[in-house]
Design a protein around this ligand. Sequence first.
Ligand SMILES: Nc1ncnc2c1ncn2[C@@H]1O[C@H](COP(=O)(O)OP(=O)(O)OP(=O)(O)O)[C@@H](O)[C@H]1O
Length: 595
Amino acid sequence: MRELKFLNQFFWNYRGRLLLGVVFICLSNYFQVLQPQVIREALDLVIEQLNNYRLYAGFGDVRDEYFGILSYTLMFFGGLVLLLALLMGFFLFLTRQTIIVMSRLIEYDLREVIFDHYENLSLDFYKRNNTGDLMSRITEDVNKVRMYLGPAVMYCANLISTILLVVLAMLAVSPTLTLYTLIPLPLLAISIYYVSNVIHTRSTFIQQQLSKLTSIAQEVFSGIRVVKSYVREEQQVNYFAEESDRYKNMSMNLAKVDAWFFPLMVFMVGASTIITVYVGGLQVVAGNISAGNIAEFVIYVNMLTWPVTAIGWIASIVQQAAASQKRINEFLTTETSIKDPAPDERRALRGEVTFEHVAFTYPDTGIKALKDVHFHLKAGEKMAIIGRTGSGKTTIADLLVRMYDVTGGRILIDGKDIREVGLSNLRRRIGLVPQDVFLFSDTIHNNIAFGADHDPSREEVEQFAKYASVYEDIQDITLGFDAMVGERGVTLSGGQKQRVSIARALIKHPDIVILDDSLSAVDTNTEQRILGYFNEALADKTSIIITHRIYGHLKFDKIIVLEDGGIAEMGTHEELIANGGYYSEIVERQMAEEV
Ligand SMILES: Nc1ncnc2c1ncn2[C@@H]1O[C@H](COP(=O)(O)OP(=O)(O)OP(=O)(O)O)[C@@H](O)[C@H]1O
């Protein structure tokens, strides 16, 4: 329950609504409790009038008069009960409008807080936790917490005020009858609590099985090309059927327990009613209470049924909410490992990059990705990083934008340790085109404009698409720049995606550009055009190009060859050719391929 304390600040923010909600629920219950009293009065009066009516059996006129009074009285009481019901309903409406609306507002705030926190967490957090888990905490767990914020709070206030008002009204009539009537109710609360718990446990398993089914289906449909080409349809159907069967059995088990819920409730309420009628009857005979009081008590018992049943239900909701809030808090208390020392910093970078004996070990796997990497790039210089797969090239790019912090040595930009410069400013000023291109499910225009700090015009977006050599490709698509990409849109080829991603990085007007293997899927002519832009428009910008291929079109000031996380070769094209190492090997291989 400690976990739920976190939510008190949200209750405090909406304290006005909460307080009003409690007042409304008390008023609603007050009018509800008046109803049985009116009914009792009506019943007692009817009995009395009936006796009188019978008494005047021989006196026609007086009899008729009594009959008139009786029907008038009944109508009056009927109207009164209706008025009370209306008042009760009106305040119940206001209760829901305050407490349930409050819970929805808190749910919204909570989601925003979690989303905002998620976004600020570093990449290693995302590597440690899978996306499904992150999603379920922000959706399902928040939903469960919402049940506590709204319904549980409302039913709890309802429970307390109903019990208080009803028991006070009952005690005013007969303490003995009250005691007898209330005996079965704690039993009802306890049994409902147990049944609710069993229902909850089984529902959780069902929920898990359902998400398993969903992910199986999703994976099969996403990988349908592989499934079809390996003729594995039947195998997948069987697997799905097996899991589906398990889901069905679990649901059947739940249905059995569910079936107990209402009979149990009806049984307990029935027992309470019988006791009331029996003990009440004895009291009427003894002259302690009136016959109308029995009817009044029977209505009270019915009034108490739902709130008492709700005890078990509330307890179950609170338990689930506490478990969910614990999971949410786990992430909310996770601090980002990448701190921003100057969030408000905004300045251009000159573009001087220095790696001083940089070492880096991935935090979770312990893989030593970089060892003693040492180089210096003057502002405006162009550098290529070449190396076998897994040699640490991407790691260099990630460290430069502080996706991770170095574990040894330091990285300087314009002579300053990057851990001391503004993180957002650093990322804003570096245009990184990552190796695994990701485009949002949005229009091509918006995907490119995403990179800009301002809201760029169509002309500007088109201009950068031209620089990235993807303009003509986009023109060939029916909707052009307004075409959607992603799951429900056009499918761009690997090379087109890479170039859209380059346009997105360039529209930032970055001071340092890093291309991480971003030209691997483009042909030589296109590559030539893109690199032409680097030679001309970006001539004074520092550029780092990670590649498996040698680009003859761009004159690199420095080329480094990485091997097992360390620099194996470093120099200009001519120097490295003269060296006769890995670099000259690929140059030779590439030349042979081109021939
Ligand atoms: N997020 C990560 N967590 C743990 N280890 C990682 C992570 N990313 C990369 N590695 C490991 O670090 C090493 C260097 O990887 P890196 O991606 O920098 O290589 P690369 O030279 O860019 O390879 P490629 O040319 O295939 O893209 C590899 O051994 C890789 O397995």
